[in-house]
Design a protein around this ligand. Sequence first.
Ligand code: BGC
Length: 512
Amino acid sequence: MPAEGSTGFSGPQYPGRITSSVIIACCVASSGGLIFGYDIGISGGVTSMDSFLSKFFPSVDQLEEQGTSSSQYCKFDSQLLTLFTSSLYLAALVSSSVAATVTRKYGRKCSMFLGGLTFLVGAVINGVASDVLMLILGRVLLGIGVGFTNQSVPLYLSEMAPAKHRGTLNIGFQLMVTIGILIANLINYGTAQITGGWGWRLSLGLAAVPALIITIGSLLLPETPNSLVERGKNDQAKRILVKIRGVADVHPEYEEIVAACDEARAIKHSWSNILKSKYRPQLIISSLIPLFQQLTGINVIMFYAPVVLKTIGFGINASLLTAVITGIINVGATVVSILLVDRAGRRPLFLWGGIGMFLCQVAVGALIYAQFGVSGAGTVIKKFAAPVLFFICVYVAAFACSWGPLGWLVPSEIFPLEIRSAGQGITVSMNMLSTFAIGQTFLSMLCYMKFGLFYFFAVWVVIMTLFILFFVPETKNVPIEEMMLVWSNHWFWNRYIADEDIIGNRYSNYGT
Ligand code: BGC
């Protein structure tokens, strides 16, 4: 049964090492994660600033100042306020499917460039916004940008990396996401001190900086060999492969990419093809992983930590500072996962991370219950603040070692070339849809489910951990164009892979 610790993969390992050109290319591309992260971090802080609330959401501001809400749990429950945060994800959801076509037809670089540029315009509009409409228009443009970059960057990284280091290089994206969140938290902490009520403008407008980095960076990057072959530029692909692998003979890997491309060309409609039975494992895993990633509840912390901490009695500065602390832990634990992912593998990280998150959620739920009870009418008892904070930090560390990076890595490495772009489009859409749903409903859920909300997420963590245990095979070290063999060796997914999907085509050379 689920003895999936090893890949069972007996295919080829191509020559090649991590070269400086691959490192530089991956660092530049990963900066696409900065815009995503900056945005995640900035909105939570901005929505807890009084000057921002009184200008755009006066009703929330009044409720908070007068303390007229009878329950601590319901203080910030405003659909308009949550729409500000979550509108971005709705736009990203739609744009990532468009991005899938652009990425396939015009290359990975093109999508990164368009994403950066749209995000830049959105950042400027947000920085100068004078009403809610401008604010939401800016957010929609930011969302379109995120949809494009999140669709193309993880793909780009997985294709550029040699199989043995794919995990490490791909997590560069998530590392940039966490750095973006941390920078945003620091900026919020700084701009909240600005008197005169325009600090939030600086917070929102500064998103233009990471946007410029990825926009300009994408122009300087080489395209991936896979995308070049996909678009008939074989000579250029070979040249780039030699450069990024650092060996003169790249023939076996090159031939593999060409063979994958020939198969891909035979398939005209990648969107409808993805529904074929032989792609069922990828389709299900790439849809469920992003959904589960959001059901860990991470964005409750990322978006609303300052708001939630204010709710349980922290002052504005303490709340923003706490966001900085969790931000640092988020970056640090992501580095740990970079070091482990290609050695220990994906599954151990997923499983241990799940256990860690579960324990912390149960503990936080219990502490908040002890403080506010079911009615939410309790007052703040300071001695609870430190343990709540402690468990939130451990929870963030567990997420950042596991579902954070792997939620992007695993879906990006399991699709065969013929459906890779469409598949990544599905992953991003699913991630954005679930982020939207949680972003939009969290404050209401907190109001109605109260401390039970933490148990709600804990139950989901149990479900997703079992899903990994039984249904997600190890993918470390498997060349990206050879992933089909992993499914044919899996106790459950092998029922979807017919013999002719393996025998009689290029995989048969390596045995199953
Ligand atoms: C998730 C985000 C989350 C972030 C936190 C990412 O992998 O997709 O939703 O906010 O990690 O670091």
